[in-house]
Design a protein around this ligand. Structure first.
Ligand code: NAD
Ligand code: UDP
Length: 316
């Protein structure tokens, strides 16, 4: 008798990160059930998997009850708008998918006795007063500001995940993702990486918000996927930061994109969005120690690959 494939449910599987996770788990020999309502995702991201027997797409809003027939071994909850432009456009679906969506997917994990992993975010630290950010820092979030819909939904998602772990003994993992980029981001999703690349490839001015002195640390998707895989197979139930600690100001980043794309673009300054975090850099001591993980791809290399991909796949 051939052994039954393990089954993994990936919510948000038609999005940027979710689709790369679908690829990874199909490669690892699992059966992947990708659940997505396509609010910010696209079937293009998973088209190449459609002929795989080990892959199934289920169009569903996970803020509503989720029923899956048969066994499930793992549930990965990645569904949520992630770009500030997207979650400002969809504040209520964002709050719902972080809260009701987490509740429904935890319920599924409980029913199926599956291991659960939630995609949380560096945004739980808000505009951090501790730098770099360690997992023990509780954060500095404005609950009623425009970003509150995302930050508080993710904070709730972490809280309910820990409650299910403590009360129902669910085998959970909490992943705090820092800015991650790469192929399959939507070119117009509003995040800084696709925005700058789009502008540079069209020789338009790069729109730096504020004075450009705010910082971010950019992780290439392949490193992140590897970190997720290791966290899922670890025994750590408390939150773990996964991101690249190489920190850049947004102005430095704009200049890097112009150089890497050979563009003639200039830089223009636009107003800084409300509550835009001034600094962000993960402390990855925990991931290094317990997951034996650290990022391998330098920003210059990841940017080259991403720019190349956007050139081949420029869809307005
Ligand atoms: P994305 O927008 O490309 O993907 C999100 C996916 O979730 C989309 O396919 C969307 O259609 C789907 N979705 C949203 N609401 C849904 C719902 N109610 N039901 C079913 N599907 C739904 O974004 P991404 O960058 O791939 O982010 C994926 C996850 O990782 C998100 O949870 C995000 O908060 C988290 N994250 C990402 C980053 C990053 O830098 N990319 C950083 C921190 C956290
Ligand atoms: N940003 C910018 N120009 C843009 C888009 C974003 O200067 O066209 C800045 C934004 O203000 C923030 C940083 O780049 O300081 C990262 O923004 P992003 O939307 O990628 O995500 P965030 O890290 O804020 O969640």
């Amino acid at each position: 008798m051939p052994k039954r494939k393990k089954i993994i449910v990936i919510t948000g599987g038609a999005g940027f990160l979710g689709s790369h996770l679908c690829d990874r788990f199909v490669e690892e020999g699992l059966k992947v059930l990708c659940v997505d309502n396509l609010i910010t995702g696209n079937l293009r991201n998973i088209k190449h998997l459609s002929k795989e027997k080990a892959f199934e797409f289920i169009k569903h809003d996970v803020s509503k009850e989720l029923h899956i027939k048969g066994p499930v071994n793992y549930v990965l909850h990645f569904a949520s708008p992630a770009s500030p432009v997207d979650y400002l456009k969809h504040p209520i679906p964002t709050l719902k998918v972080g809260s009701l969506g987490a509740h429904n997917t935890l319920g599924l994990a409980k029913l199926k006795k599956a291991r659960y992993l939630i995609a949380s975010t560096s945004e739980v630290y808000g505009d951090p007063e501790v730098h770099p950010q360690k997992e023990t820092y509780w954060g500095h979030v404005n609950p009623v500001g425009p970003r509150g819909c995302y930050d508080e939904a993710k904070r709730f998602a972490e809280a309910i995940t820990m409650a299910y772990h403590r009360y129902h003994k669910i085998d959970t993992r909490i992943l705090r993702i820092f800015n991650t980029y790469g192929p399959r981001m939507r070119i117009q999703d509003g995040r800084v990486v696709p925005n700058f690349i789009y502008q540079a490839l069209h020789n338009k001015s790069l729109t730096v918000y504020g004075n450009g002195r705010q910082t971010r640390s950019f992780c290439y998707y392949s490193d992140l996927v590897d970190g997720i895989f290791r966290l899922l197979h670890s025994k750590i139930h408390s939150p773990v930061n996964v991101g690249n600690p190489d920190e850049f100001t947004i102005l430095e980043f704009a200049k890097l994109v112009i150089k890497a794309s050979g563009s003639k673009s200039k830089i223009v300054y636009k107003p800084l969005p409300t509550d835009d975090p001034r600094q962000r850099k993960p402390d990855i001591t925990l991931a290094k120690k317990y997951l034996k993980w650290k990022p391998k791809v330098k920003l210059q290399q990841g940017l080259q690959e991403t720019i190349h991909w956007f050139k081949e796949n420029l869809i307005d």
